[in-house]
Design a protein around this ligand. Structure first.
Ligand SMILES: C[S@@+](CC[C@H](N)C(=O)[O-])C[C@H]1O[C@@H](n2cnc3c(N)ncnc32)[C@H](O)[C@@H]1O
Length: 399
């Protein structure tokens, strides 16, 4: 086989770089509408596709923008193919005909993620084995002529999803999960993922408040996310992504994009103060570490106050101006029984009602018993799964 690099480059330009692509964005289940609103603020018209997934069609710049700016996505995939698949021959025919050389550097390492459900072909191992063979066979001639012997950094992951005999083939654009913001964040027990914290903050309209208080802050995720949003730096400002290894990627165009990218109108919070409290020493040390990491990267952390305090003996002294209390109290195995969960959430509700009057709240509660025990004036509620536990985000205002 004769391969001309110039002809390959032309094909990459024509079929990948200058084409609109279909992107699938994995988001925290329950927050699909929140994610669509976030993307709409950047003129990216995403719609919910399934539980935990929204999709949009757009340019590579839209993909860059989503990675650089959006705080809610967990991962972004570009869709490569979709076909009916009930036999291995069908799978092999499609995968061998697919122009993988337009998507991989010659010596790129390739990994697979297979998910097969309610389909004739359901054996994930067998699907992966065949897919590996087909991709390798197709890429072999390009690898043979490549001068590169080492795989470029990072593994590219192909996602194969066969549901109701419809096979969807996608390629990961993100690399490491997007909740990793690119700085050395330490975590205490039961941390929230940063993208979930961002979704909760956006649902609670945190940008309209003067003050944000997380009195059970753990590693401080809510406060750190709010602080990063205040700096107007994009969520992906400090990190790299898998799409940077695609053959269609143009580093100079990406650098220009990064230098000229601005936050949306909706991304300008007015918060003046962020208070992060916890009763234990370890979370307080971790929060200080996390703030130091951000300060070393040039983030102004002076709006953040860190207090070692028991939530049950605090309240009015923290409140100033329009205040939002966000809380992710301990639950699950950390509270030993349903009875202690009820009692603990009952105590939290009582403390909020008596000592945090005038504040808006966004609080996570594990199940209806805990919700009832809180006895708060809930105006809005979103149910989602947090670490496998059905959890409600309750929002409202304490009068
Ligand atoms: C589930 S963790 C919070 C995790 C946090 N959202 C994060 O992302 O790291 C709950 C935190 O509440 C703290 N806590 C428990 N009882 C408390 C109390 N009475 N006052 C203040 N903090 C308390 C625990 O020390 C723990 O760090």
């Amino acid at each position: 086989m004769v391969i001309h690099p110039a002809a390959l480059e032309k094909r990459i330009k024509r079929h990948v770089r200058s084409q609109q692509q279909r992107f699938y964005v994995i988001v925290p289940p329950g927050f699909e509408a929140t994610a669509c609103r976030e993307l709409a603020a950047y003129d990216i018209p995403a719609v919910q596709e399934d539980l935990g997934g929204v999709a949009f069609t757009g340019s590579w710049e839209a993909c860059w923008k989503t990675h650089h700016r959006a705080r809610i996505p967990a991962r972004i995939l570009v869709r490569l193919a979709q076909f009916t698949c009930t036999r291995f021959e069908q799978l092999e025919r499609h995968l061998e005909a697919f122009p993988w050389e337009l998507w991989f550097q010659p010596c790129q390492q390739v990994a697979f993620q297979v998910d097969a459900r309610q389909s004739v072909l359901y054996h994930e191992g067998a699907i992966q084995e065949r897919a590996e063979r087909c991709v390798k066979r197709r890429l072999h001639p390009w690898q043979a002529i490549s001068s590169e012997t080492d795989s470029p950094d990072g593994v590219q992951t192909i996602y194969l999803r066969n549901v109701h005999n419809q096979m969807t083939v996608s390629l990961d654009c993100s690399g490491e999960l997007l909740y990793k913001r690119g700085y050395d964040k330490h975590v205490a027990d039961a941390p929230l993922r940063d993208n979930l914290a961002a979704a909760i903050l956006q649902e609670a309209n945190f940008s309209e408040f003067d003050m944000l208080i997380d009195p059970m802050a753990g590693s401080g995720t809510f406060g750190l996310e709010a602080l990063l949003a205040l700096t107007e730096r994009g969520a992906g400002h400090l990190r790299h992504f898998a799409f940077e290894y695609f053959p269609a990627f143009r580093p100079a165009a990406y650098r220009y994009f990064l230098n000229t990218d601005v936050p949306s109108r909706h991304e300008r919070p007015t918060l003046r103060t962020i208070v992060l409290g916890d009763i234990h020493d370890r979370p307080i040390t971790i929060i200080h570490h996390n703030l130091q990491q951000l300060a070393a990267l040039g983030v102004d952390t002076t709006q953040v106050r860190v207090e070692k305090a028991d939530f049950f003996s605090t309240g009015a002294e923290f409140i100033s101006g329009k205040t939002l209390v966000v809380m992710n109290p301990p639950y699950g195995t950390r509270l030993k029984s349903a009875q202690s969960t009820r009692a603990f959430f009952g105590k939290i509700g009582q403390q909020l009602r008596h000592n945090w009057r005038g504040c808006s709240f966004a609080i996570l509660a594990p199940g209806t018993e805990a919700e009832r025990a809180l006895a708060l004036p809930v105006a809005r509620k979103i149910v989602f799964s947090n670490g496998g536990i059905s959890t409600a985000l309750l929002m409202g205002k304490i009068s």
